[in-house]
Design a binder for this molecule. Structure first.
Ligand code: 4NP
Length: 178
């Protein structure tokens, strides 16, 4: 028999009302933008002491089971984040039930995600840069056909959005349960 403390009971009850945030970052190939964003979000959430689920996926299945692009790994590492253990996967129907938020990187991703969205999926789907008031509707350009500086620019854009997202989620989690 499991005996719960009062704190555990309150946490379980509030989670039933307001599920723990679960963030899925979805680009096209799941080897450049989304694994960098996943690494940045894990790192920022850890630093903020925020208890969230984080994962990434691609709308295409070109790189299933592959490590992130070496340029993405090197860029993240320069910023103190190790994403070398990530493995590419494709967005699935269950993701729309298992995640509270799904973030796309550009309009094509967004369309690809929405095309797979089941009618009763719970996840809120949006562009990642929509979390920044002055960048709503803007894409994070794909650095795959670019060079190291495109990967660096990508990290900077993603990191700004991720920090804003963590600040928003931290504020939400600080609100008293009603
Ligand atoms: P990502 O970049 O969507 O940021 O992971 C890409 C990676 C691979 C391909 C396209 C985009 N590809 O065509 O293989």
């Amino acid at each position: 028999m499991q005996l719960w403390t009062r704190r555990q009971k309150v946490a379980a009850m509030s989670e039933a009302i307001e599920p723990k945030p679960a963030i899925l970052l979805v680009c096209l190939g799941n080897i450049c933008r989304s694994p960098m964003a996943e690494g940045a979000l894990r790192d920022a959430a850890n630093i903020a002491g925020l208890n969230i689920t984080v994962d990434s996926a691609g709308t295409a299945g070109y790189h299933i089971g592959e490590s992130p692009d070496p340029r993405a790994i090197a860029t993240a590492l320069r910023h103190g984040v190790d994403i070398s253990g990530a493995s590419g996967r494709k967005l699935s129907e269950e993701d729309f039930y298992n995640f509270t938020h799904i973030f796309a990187f550009d309009k094509a991703n967004l369309a690809g995600i929405k095309a797979r969205q089941p009618r009763h999926g719970m996840a809120r789907v949006a562009l990642l840069l929509d979390v920044l008031d002055d960048s709503k509707g803007k894409p994070v350009p794909d650095p795959y056909y670019g060079d190291d500086s495109d990967f660096e620019d990508c990290w900077i854009m993603v990191k700004e959005a991720i920090d804003a997202l963590v600040a928003n989620l931290s504020q939400e989690s600080d609100k008293p349960a009603t």
